[in-house]
Design a protein around this ligand. Structure first.
Ligand code: AP5
Ligand code: MG
Length: 214
């Protein structure tokens, strides 16, 4: 299954992607995670990306497209993958279509996770992420058993630098302007599906499985 997850910042793309990885055994390709790793490693790309990410703007298309192309060529993507946070605008979506058509392996589904804008701020300001395994928690909705410690791997939980109120506002604006038009883009291609992203994480996951036919 070759799947794109669409949705605003905080919609739960990463949360649901991790559950899909466990169920279907295909990898999650999160451009945000790849960029955050480059930032943590202090690479030249990471240094350039951090300035942009901290403002809530989009990293240049050429950079992320290059990262995704490289990732899609890896062996573990042969049976499918979950793209999370990519594509982010029409130019990225068109380039992805081009690459996948060259590989003779088009997308199966673009799944939009729909959450009301008013719910997103609390989800994002409350988010904590594990430095080790990238598992997400939320201090309001799904706290870890022990504060600051990952239930899964014992790693340290941290708050993302771009999960500050001002940056979140800009990320939501950027989403509306640049990314939301992709709902139409995939609708016209006939591969768009939508899921209501409000409720318990497990309920949403069950809805997604039903929508995907499992
Ligand atoms: P990225 O990392 O992709 O961030 P994003 O799109 O802003 O999305 P988030 O990761 O914030 O939200 P999510 O939908 O994954 O939600 P999550 O599951 O964590 O991008 C970061 C930056 O990198 C961008 O701003 C840009 O600069 C750059 N970038 C990345 N990709 C790029 C690209 N393609 N092109 C250019 N630049 C790019 O959940 C959020 C919180 O809610 C968590 O705490 C979670 O526990 C909680 N939660 C989840 N589900 C529920 C639920 N059902 N009920 C209550 N709480 C819930
Ligand atoms: Mg995410």
């Amino acid at each position: 299954m070759r799947l794109v997850l669409l949705g605003a910042p905080g919609a739960g793309k990463g949360t649901q992607a991790k559950k899909l990885v466990d169920k279907f055994g295909i990898p999650q390709i999160s451009t945000g995670d790849i960029l955050r790793k480059a930032v943590a490693d202090g690479t030249p790309l990471g240094k350039e990306a951090k300035i942009i990410m901290d403002k809530g703007e989009l990293v240049p298309d050429s950079v992320v497209i290059g990262l995704v192309k490289e990732r899609l060529a890896q062996d573990d993507c042969k049976n499918g993958y979950i793209l999370d946070g990519f594509p982010r605008n029409t130019a990225q979506a068109e380039e992805l279509d081009k690459v996948l058509s060259e590989m003779n392996a088009p997308l199966d589904v673009a799944l939009s996770v729909d959450v009301d804008k008013n719910d997103l701020m609390k989800r994002l300001t409350g988010r904590r992420t594990c430095r080790g395994c990238q598992q997400m928690y939320n201090i309001h909705f799904s706290p870890p058993q022990k504060e600051g410690v990952c239930d899964k791997c014992g790693g340290e939980l941290y708050q993302r630098d771009d999960d500050k109120e001002e940056t979140i506002k800009n990320r939501l604006d950027v989403y509306e302007k640049a990314t939301a038009p992709l709902i139409d883009y995939y609708g016209k291609k006939g591969i768009l599906k939508s899921v209501e992203g409000v409720g318990s994480i497990d309920d949403i996951f069950n809805r997604i499985c039903t929508i995907l036919g499992y």
